[in-house]
Design a protein around this ligand. Structure first.
Ligand SMILES: Cc1cc2nc3c(=O)[nH]c(=O)nc-3n(C[C@H](O)[C@H](O)[C@H](O)COP(=O)(O)O)c2cc1C
Length: 170
């Protein structure tokens, strides 16, 4: 057995939602039109024996309305070069602008959920909401517990991790 090394647990876990300090959550409207919103709050873990991504979304966001209508989302881990898109998707609302068009983001079909993946991103999680909770009274965010049903990654970013063997839902 190789000798273990002491590591910072947050840095280790952050590998899964790095390399950017913020990422893009994509949800869709009733016609399947996608909207991307910048998120910096996100948690990956295991609950109910399932891999889960928890996103925190304020009720004022257009994304909130979309998630209430279609409870599926993708989380797209942005390369640092996407900073301009992160800024725009974190300051403009999909009620007013088509952020995919505005940022030249390429939607590609997901395998198991309606919202698309973003081709320009490094890691893309496909999630189905299986539970929600209010974060009140600390904040007004609603927590969306998304079961990760598929995950796609640029091999250069994950550096040899065998993510394909992770026990995702059938
Ligand atoms: C770096 C950054 C991180 C953000 N993280 C979150 C978040 O985790 N949850 C949230 O509800 N809003 C977050 N926001 C704010 C939304 O991205 C922003 O209000 C956005 O314009 C909402 O878009 P929408 O109306 O199209 O949903 C963040 C903004 C920035 C710039």
């Amino acid at each position: 057995m190789p000798k273990k090394q002491l590591v910072n647990p947050y840095l280790l876990a952050a590998q899964a939602i790095a390399p950017s300090p913020a990422n893009l959550l994509v949800a869709v409207d009733g016609e399947g039109r996608p909207n991307a919103m910048t998120i910096s709050w996100g948690f990956i873990g295991e609950m109910w024996h399932k891999p889960i991504f928890i996103a925190a979304v304020r009720p004022s966001r257009y994304t909130y309305q979309l998630l209430e209508e279609t409870p599926e989302f993708t989380v797209n881990v942005a390369y640092p070069q996407l900073q301009k898109a992160l800024d725009l998707c974190g300051s403009k609302s999909g009620r007013d602008v088509d952020k995919f068009k505005e940022c030249n983001l390429t939607p590609i079909p997901a395998q198991q959920v309606k919202p698309p993946l973003i081709d320009e991103c490094a890691i893309c999680y496909e999630c189905k909401v299986i539970h929600t909770a209010q974060a009140e009274p600390h904040t007004s965010h609603r927590l969306y517990f998304g079961e990760i049903v598929a995950c796609h990654a640029d091999p250069a970013v994950i550096g040899g991790l065998q993510l394909a063997e992770f026990p995702l839902a059938k």
